[in-house]
Design a protein around this ligand. Sequence first.
Ligand code: KG4
Ligand code: ZN
Length: 336
Amino acid sequence: EEDVYILAIESSCDETAAAVVKNGREVLSNIISSQIALHTIYGGVVPEIASRKHIEKINQVVEAALSEAGMTMEEMDAVGVTYGPGLVGALLVGVAEAKAIAYAAKKPLVGVHHIEGHVSANFIEHPELEPPFMCLIVSGGHTHLVVVKDYGEFEILGRTRDDAAGEAFDKVARAVGLGYPGGPKIDKAAKEGNPQAIRFPRAKVEANVYDFSFSGLKSAVLNHINHAKMMGEEINVPDLAASFQNAVVDVLVSHTIAAAKEYGFHKVAIAGGVASNSALREGMKKACSKAGIDFYYPSPIYCTDNAAMIGVAAYYEYMGGARAGWDLNAVPNLKL
Ligand code: KG4
Ligand code: ZN
């Protein structure tokens, strides 16, 4: 059998990324140009700045991905690119780049759903992992509990009704002055704190047991902070971070394990930026081992936005016959 090489591009938010992936599982290069430092001063991603930075960096990043893999465009079998969901101006840069490259090199173009990319990150370091399995996707923009029925085929069991998990981390971090992006800062501060110090609510969503809601928790944390300020009390940031994180992890783990048991899955994976969270990893590890479930998670570099995961997803789409037309466009609210 012939080896299949994919050049992949990702630019949906604030990382300009390109990668070369062999046979859907082996990462030959994974280049990420992060804009985090640029957006930090604004306390969040500024869409127009993101687009401008992508257009500046994209060619360099693609060139670096090919040269680090020691390969040329002629040796690629296809070009994969994230076409949604994400920031429209940011997505357009990656889509236009991928189209231009594929057209010039006469290679097929494959459009990839960003969330499918996050899920696929698990295939990189777990060669034995194959669908079907259950996956919790937790990022700055998404919180989904899905059944991965086959490559590229998902059934959504639950999703957030309001804030995404990462968004809640970012908002709480901002409120206690930890800065952006908040997830890693809360994670670090929580290591010095007591997760039982403050009892925050665990949201119940009535309509669907597997849906999530984080806005109530976020409000409870903000109320706690405001109350302390009003009373002239010092806020114990590590305790607050640990208690908030504990409340989030509690809900994420219990929903995922309950769904795995109900649907009879013995394989559970996590994905997305928040999948880097140390308490979530520990909580899932413990709960899965107790329930006799195999637990999979990507290294932090494959949790955050990257193009290697897009290359993996593109490979399976490509093998399944998916080809995008030259009219491929960015779809900011693309559904899974
Ligand atoms: O997947 P990602 O890089 O971008 C999106 O597709 O949204 O996720 C970014 C999110 C941010 O909200 C960030 O605060 C969060 O992931 N995050 C974390 C951790 N590392 C990143 N949240 C909790 N704990 C972490 N260690
Ligand atoms: Zn993402």
